[in-house]
Ligand binder design. Structure first.
Ligand SMILES: [Zn+2]
Length: 274
């Protein structure tokens, strides 16, 4: 058994990339110390698979597999596919399943198509509606933010949102990170921290310090540098790689891995109110 408990706070472990070996990976993840993971929503059409995956994983003994938690939501990047009635389907899950958060939600204006007024307006409407659902069910939120940190902060303030959550795969600067922390958010660190050239992310982690950070794989994406096979354009990321994220962060913060892991675990359960 591993000497630490790690919490993978952001996974898409429900997607079909894992259909052939999900159970094996769950056992392997537990063996390297991944004791818990969050399954995050992104599309209404995937809600039933998301729930089914959580039920399946929690049907395995927690002595040999990570405990898995549900965070359903409608992702801003897929905004064109969301319909207003999908919010009702989201609410139905919040009402009938044990959920730890609403996610992933937020704004994404990385591609110029998404900066188009009508699209951005629709993103803001779905973000606002989901913030209200989180308030109604007294849940934190898991944020996806690309090139829209100021807008996201402004919307959170408009809604007087106080349940906090996690700003996942954080790509903003130190001042933005501090603004999220002030609003009760932790900053999600992915495998990008294993890249010495990710200077902005290292600065954010170092300036904030371990007490405001949590770990995530964002699998199947964001593969740590060390796990990227040179003969593949994209190597699938899995929860089994989470210790490499821990190691990258420990190196960046010049901390002992065991001590850091302990602190990050406590941050995760505090912010998700587990
Ligand atoms: Zn994600």
């Amino acid at each position: 058994m591993a000497t630490w408990s790690l919490f993978d706070t952001h996974t898409h472990f429900d997607v079909s990339d894992f259909d052939h070996d999900r159970e094996t990976l769950a056992y392997q993840a537990k063996q390297v110390g991944v004791d818990a993971l969050v399954l995050i929503g992104f599309l209404q059409s995937r809600f039933s698979k998301l729930k089914q995956t959580q039920h399946f994983l929690n049907g395995l003994s927690d002595q040999i597999a990570p405990k898995s938690y549900l965070a359903p939501g409608l992702h801003p990047f897929y905004i064109e596919q969301h319909l207003v009635e999908h919010l009702d389907d989201l609410e139905q899950i919040l009402r009938t399943e044990k959920c730890v958060a609403v996610g992933e939600i937020g704004l994404d204006t990385f591609f110029k198509e998404h900066k188009n007024n009508a699209i951005l307006e629709k993103q803001k409407q779905f973000f606002s509606a989901q913030i209200e659902l989180a308030k109604q069910y007294d849940l934190p939120i898991l944020l996806h933010i690309r090139k829209s940190h100021a807008d996201v902060l402004a919307i959170l303030k408009q809604h007087k949102f106080e349940n906090g959550g996690i700003a996942h795969a954080f790509s903003g600067g130190v001042e933005e990170a501090k603004a999220f922390v002030k609003m009760g958010f932790k900053i999600g660190i992915t495998g990008q921290i294993t890249n010495p050239n990710a200077k902005k992310l290292h600065t954010v982690a170092q300036q904030l310090g371990s007490k405001h950070l949590v770990l995530e794989t964002d699998c199947p994406d964001m593969t740590p540098l060390c796990c990227q096979l040179s003969n593949q354009q994209h190597t699938r990321n899995t929860p089994v790689n989470l210790p490499f994220v821990l190691e990258g962060l420990a190196n960046s913060l010049m901390m002992e891995k065991v001590e850091l892991a302990h602190e990050l675990w406590n941050n995760s359960i505090a912010v998700l109110k587990i």
